[in-house]
Design a protein around this ligand. Structure first.
Ligand code: SF4
Length: 225
């Protein structure tokens, strides 16, 4: 039987952060997350409530942040891209926590259809994706859900995108990086939290000292999703 994925929303925009900043992208947001970040701005995705299930066309291009979700197959998701006339060939699978689900079928189908897939994950679940998928781990350490960041998720990462407010965040990242021995190390991007001046200064100085990248949440400046 074809696998189904709980879809919170599908929309087309510009990737606003990380290495693919500025790239037109179709975002597929999956419902469900038990990581429990206190600052989470997508809390409407946390719970997959049976009584909030709806049709796929109700969650594509939706303008609100409701917890409604649709249970869709890979074929139905790809058909939605075509029905909506989307042109982007970069697909960001986000959440929620998308790695709560086995993403191999979806990412393999995307690759076959000529899409580049990018997974945005907290690193607290095993990353089950096509070999060609680009994996962005934004490690969530000591969150309320009590999950740990998995070394195997960090090892699969192509990019580690880390929010920074103070030196403690750099120390936490260093502790995570020390757990892993990569053959091809991922690109590390530091992302100042909430565009704060001190966080931005610290992130810039650290990126320069270590040859890392600065990730700015450009979509927040542009006022887009
Ligand atoms: S992992 Fe993402 S979706 Fe889940 S609580 Fe944290 S920020 Fe929110």
């Amino acid at each position: 039987m074809a696998q189904r994925y709980p879809i919170n929303e599908i929309f087309q925009t510009i990737q606003g952060e990380g290495l693919f900043t500025g790239v037109p992208a179709i975002f597929v947001r999956l419902q469900g997350c038990d990581v429990g970040c206190p600052w989470c701005d997508t809390q409407h995705t946390w719970t997959v409530s049976p009584d909030r299930e709806t049709n796929l066309n109700q969650v594509t291009d939706k303008s609100d942040t409701s917890d409604a979700w649709a249970n869709a197959t890979t074929a139905e998701i790809l058909n939605e891209f075509i029905r909506l006339g989307y042109q982007a060939n970069h697909v960001v699978i986000t959440g929620g926590e998308p790695c709560m689900y086995d993403l191999r079928e979806l990412t393999q189908a995307l690759a076959v259809q000529g899409y580049q897939s990018q997974i945005e994950t907290s690193g607290t679940y095993e990353v089950l994706v096509d070999d060609a998928a680009f994996v962005t781990v934004s490690p969530k350490v000591k969150m309320k859900g009590g999950l740990v960041v998995r070394p195997d998720a960090l090892l699969r990462a192509n990019e580690i995108k880390h929010p920074v407010a103070t030196e403690k965040d750099i120390d936490a990242l260093d502790a995570l990086l020390a757990q892993c021995k990569w053959t091809t190390p991922p690109q590390v991007c530091l992302q100042p939290i909430s565009q704060k001046t001190r966080a931005t200064q610290l992130a810039m100085e650290t990126c320069i000292a270590r040859n890392w990248r600065l990730s700015i949440q450009t979509h927040k400046y542009l006022g887009i999703d």
